[in-house]
Structure formats: structure tokens, C-alpha cells
Design a protein around this ligand. Structure first.
Ligand code: THU
Length: 160
């Protein structure tokens, strides 16, 4: 028997202005995108902003539904919209921010389905996507890839 050990590293920033300028601006756009959330059931508003290799930014927000599973997370709305509007353009980074009924001061990480979705675009373009996470306020997590959040991930490479 032997064990496999996975080690993940996350960079923690106290303030947005410590990030590279394009990433702090992306995070600001994710905060603004929380205002576009349609979240009448949870009142948990999530904003996402995707930075593409061509410099374009595409935003998304969570879109809920009376049939709860029909709703979609902000991250998927943003990254799928980016892929639809700019097919074949690589994704550099994705920022996520929260506006809830009570103040969220810790970063909220993407759900499992969103991690898998972000990973798909990393694998398609063979380029990591940086993740920038913040609550409504408080410290910021900078993560180099969706793979960091998905040890033992399943991808298109497994289908070959
Ligand atoms: N949500 C997101 O948009 N992104 C996440 O990473 C976690 C959850 C949304 C889904 C739902 O509209 C609300 O937050 C509460 O789960």
C-alpha cells in the first residue's frame, strides 16, 4: 500500500490593490455583477467576471428558478456566456464575489459543478484559469487553476 498526497496552495491577499491591476479590476466587475443576480429564493447574490485573452470581460450572476435545480450559478453563466460570445478565445481568469443578506467576509468557492465547468475550458485551451475569490468584503483568495480545487479531476483526457 502507498498513499498519494495532494497539496494545494492558495495565495491570500488582504486588499484588492495588492493584486495585479487587471485582476483587481476584474474582481471589482464581479462585485458589480452581484447587482444583476436573479436570486429571489436564496437572496444570495453571486457575481462573476471572466477575463479573456483578448482583454474582454464577460460578467455573469446567479439566475434562480422556482424549480430550484433549473437555476444556474454565476460562474457558469459567465464562463459559458464568454465561450458563446468569444468562441476559441482563451480564458485567463475568473473572479467571484458575493452580496448576501448578512455580510460575507470570507471568500466563497465555486460549487463542484462550476469547478468541473471551469476545468473544461482549461482543458480545451490547455491553459490554467486563475480564480479570484472574495466575499462582500475581507480577504481575497487567488488560486492558479480549477485543478487546485479538484484533485483527481475527470476530464476529456480520460476519454481518450
Ligand atoms: N451559487 C453561485 O452562483 N455560485 C456558487 O459558487 C455557489 C452558489 C448560487 C446558486 C444559488 O442561486 C445561490 O447561490 C445559493 O446557492
Amino acid at each position: 500500500m502507498r498513499e498519494l498526497t495532494y497539496q494545494q496552495h492558495i495565495q491570500v491577499y488582504d486588499r484588492a490593490d495588492e493584486l495585479p491591476a487587471e485582476l483587481s479590476s476584474l474582481l471589482q466587475k464581479a462585485h458589480e455583477a452581484t447587482q444583476t443576480a436573479y436570486a429571489p429564493y436564496s437572496n444570495f447574490k453571486v457575481g462573476a467576471a471572466v477575463l479573456l485573452e483578448n482583454g474582454r470581460v464577460v460578467i455573469g450572476s446567479n439566475q434562480e428558478n422556482a424549480s430550484y435545480p433549473a437555476g444556474s450559478c454565476a460562474e457558469r453563466v459567465a464562463i459559458m456566456s464568454a465561450s458563446a460570445q468569444y468562441p476559441n478565445v482563451k480564458v485567463k481568469a475568473l473572479a467571484i464575489a458575493i452580496k448576501a443578506e448578512t455580510l460575507t467576509t470570507t471568500p466563497v468557492a465555486p460549487c463542484g459543478i462550476c469547478r468541473q465547468t471551469i476545468l473544461e475550458y482549461e482543458m480545451a485551451y490547455r491553459q490554467n484559469i486563475q480564480l479570484i475569490l472574495q466575499g462582500e468584503t475581507g480577504e481575497i483568495y487567488r488560486i492558479d487553476s480549477a485543478k487546485t480545487l479538484l484533485p483527481l479531476y475527470f476530464s476529456q483526457d480520460d476519454l481518450k
